[in-house]
Design a protein. Structure first.
Length: 400
């Protein structure tokens, strides 16, 4: 069977470039620009792969794939989209698509993926469940966030342990919640514990529970976070701050799949997914002997690194408008940004990342006098030092 590919793309220039690149690698490419055209081609020709855009003139390239997947279950699908949100990435994954490429994309990587998809067509992954919740608070269409979305979709079908890395304020817990709410265990509980906030002498009891009389003050049996998370997800935040003794017990639990309450004798089998996070650079800690190397490799089966806001400047406008809308839904006055105001916000360094931007936007929603927020409403807060890490004028200390 020839290496025949069907390309559905309504941007003529993009279609031309993709077609030329694929034909240069020996593929035969048929091209159309609509859902109706796609269906006509598929009815008359057998294709090794479908490469489709999402927003087409006569329909949604993802929403209309149901009959295609049913009629051609062996044909891998690669989805292209300028609607670069996590919802789009998840919808693409829901179809059983081999890959999702946000626009703009790397053409060489696309060609490599087409080759790989055709070679692995018989080993296509199973479809995701269809009742995936939408509207998760992950905002951004930058290339950096697209990489995060793609990593999230890769871990939804399994229970592999995930380690989320990133500076403070980048949204690590939101990613952990997304993995839980979109994954196989979303019907179970999501239990989050900040290991840095628990006194060292209590962390084992907090995680594993304790029996009555296990220590002074243990007047009754206590169920730990591992048991509370049974059937769901346990999120271990700031795992880099765990005491060494607790690291050892955590490693033993992850290796054996069992825990024992403090003061207890019976072993309890674990039934939860582990997602961990830290803002620490763990490699120097491993070298210094303050973090166990074997624990690192146990929790970092799938690492997901969140970019700081300075590396996703294109998302600041969308984030700002999202937080204004969220503030309004929580009872603060409804506000809107002018283009100049949005530009000013986008040129600030935001060293506290998304958390700092959120706090500043909420403060702005509260203190601004007019519904439409212009530069004149923002500058007083910047100049007064209301946000310690925000520069006064665009370009000063901010990202390029």
């Amino acid at each position: 069977m020839p290496k025949r590919v069907l390309l559905v793309e309504d941007d003529a220039s993009i279609a031309l470039v993709i077609t030329a690149a694929l034909e240069a690698e020996g593929f035969e490419v048929d091209q159309c620009d609509s859902v109706a055209g796609r269906d006509r081609f598929l009815a008359g020709t057998q294709y090794r792969l479908l490469l489709t855009d999402v927003m087409l003139a006569d329909g949604d390239g993802i929403d209309t794939l149901g009959p295609v997947c049913a009629a051609h279950p062996e044909m891998p699908i690669i989805i292209l989209s300028a609607q670069n949100t996590l919802d789009t990435a998840v919808r693409a994954s829901d179809t059983g698509a081999f890959e999702y490429f946000p626009k703009p994309f790397d053409l060489e990587e696309l060609v490599r993926t087409v080759t790989q998809a055709i070679g692995k067509a018989e080993a296509s992954e199973a479809d995701l469940p269809q009742d995936v919740p939408q509207g998760l608070p992950l905002v951004g269409r930058s290339a950096a966030m697209q990489a995060v979305y793609r990593m999230i979709t890769r871990v939804l079908r399994n229970d592999l342990t995930v380690l989320i890395l990133g500076e403070s304020g980048t949204g690590k817990e939101l990613v952990a919640e997304a993995i839980h709410q979109l994954g196989n265990r979303r019907a179970g509980p999501f239990i989050a514990v900040n290991t840095a906030a628990i006194p060292a002498e209590l962390i084992e009891s907090e995680l594993f529970g304790h029996e009555k009389g296990a220590f002074t003050g243990a007047v009754a049996r206590s169920i730990g976070k591992f048991e509370q998370a049974s059937g769901g997800t346990l999120f271990l935040d700031e795992i880099g701050d765990m005491p060494m003794q607790a690291q050892t017990r955590l490693l033993r639990a992850l290796q054996s799949g069992r825990i024992r309450r403090v003061g207890g004798r019976d072993e309890i089998s674990l039934d939860c997914r582990i997602v961990a996070a830290t803002n620490r650079d763990l490699m120097p800690m491993i070298a210094a002997g303050t973090f166990r190397e074997d624990l690192y490799y146990r929790v970092a089966v799938v690492p997901i690194e969140l970019p700081p806001l300075r590396e996703r400047v294109d998302d600041i406008d969308a984030l700002s408008r999202h937080f204004l809308a969220k503030a309004a839904s929580e009872g603060l006055p409804r506000r809107h940004l002018t283009a100049a105001a949005s530009t000013l916000l986008s040129h600030q360094p935001w060293r506290g990342n998304v958390r700092e931007l959120r706090n500043f936007i909420y403060r702005l929603a509260l203190l601004a006098r007019d519904e439409v927020i212009d530069v004149s409403a923002i500058e007083p807060l910047l100049n007064a030092g209301e946000s310690a890490s925000v520069a006064r004028t665009p370009g000063e200390g901010g990202p390029d």
